[in-house]
Design a protein around this ligand. Structure first.
Ligand SMILES: [Zn+2]
Length: 251
């Protein structure tokens, strides 16, 4: 087994109205949701899944979002530092999608391979007006970075498989991580915001195509059932409280 450990890296919190979290809900009640990045140590290198928000965006988010909370420790470079790593030690960065709370740190990795679905990369550069506020062009307009554009499911390394889970966005992807001791984990990204989404088959409120998002949710559920994988959702405050936080690893 090539995967050695999985680390949950907290990148801060944002407030989100229930109408943004659950498709079809109109409640303005806000919930504080975690911004999560995940680091995977493998026999052949270090892989990061998502990069959180850009440090540049934090003052604006804090100003406009009363539930936003970002500490110094939450900065991705500090989370990496706590693991004895610098950005240059990260070999591969898998981006679930290019929304600002996932691709914000991509520019920190000029020597890493940045892995994203080709459809996501194309759409992010020319989003429809209704979806444009979620894509900050500065985050991914990085022509000198090493982009690897995928077309669908891809095995990145033994025990590490990218799964196409579009719907939230046109080219969303999740990551199946096969841990040596505790078995497989599905890092869903925003294909599944919370465990409530998977249990109730609830589509995210922020969504490009709700039918595809629904298919992806069911696909993740099926894969979890067939492989025995645990689902680690993208923005679940309850899950996050009980998640093992870096520097302690899941093994
Ligand atoms: Zn998100």
């Amino acid at each position: 087994m090539a995967v050695q450990g999985l680390y949950a890296l907290q990148n801060g919190f944002l407030g989100a109205e229930r109408s943004l979290l659950f498709y079809g809900e109109y409640s303005e009640a806000a919930v504080q949701i975690p911004i999560a990045c995940w680091l995977i140590r493998t026999a052949s290198g270090v892989v990061l899944f998502d990069t959180g928000v850009s440090p540049r965006a934090v003052p604006g988010l804090t100003r406009n979002n009363p539930l936003a909370r970002f500490t110094e420790d939450d900065l991705l470079v500090h989370r990496l530092d706590a693991l004895g790593l610098e950005t240059g030690n990260v070999d591969v960065v898998v981006l679930s999608h290019l929304h600002y709370d996932h691709a914000g740190g991509a520019e920190l990795f000029p020597t890493s391979e940045l892995v994203v679905q080709r459809d996501e990369y194309a759409y992010a550069h020319h989003p429809a007006p209704f979806f444009a506020p979620f894509y900050y062009r500065k985050n991914f307009d990085l022509p000198n970075h090493r982009w690897r554009l995928l077309d669908g499911d891809t095995e990145l390394a033994p025990g590490l498989t990218v799964l196409r889970t579009d719907g939230h966005t046109p080219g969303h992807q999740s990551l199946l991580v096969e841990l040596p001791e505790s078995g497989p984990v599905l890092l869903t990204g925003d294909a599944c915001y919370t465990l409530e989404h998977v249990e109730g088959e609830r589509v995210p409120g922020v969504v490009w195509n709700p039918s595809l998002a629904y298919h992806s949710l069911k696909r993740l559920k099926t894969l979890a059932r067939l492989t025995g994988a645990r689902i680690f959702p993208g923005h679940d405050p309850v899950f996050w409280q009980s998640a093992k936080q870096s520097p302690d690893p899941y093994r």
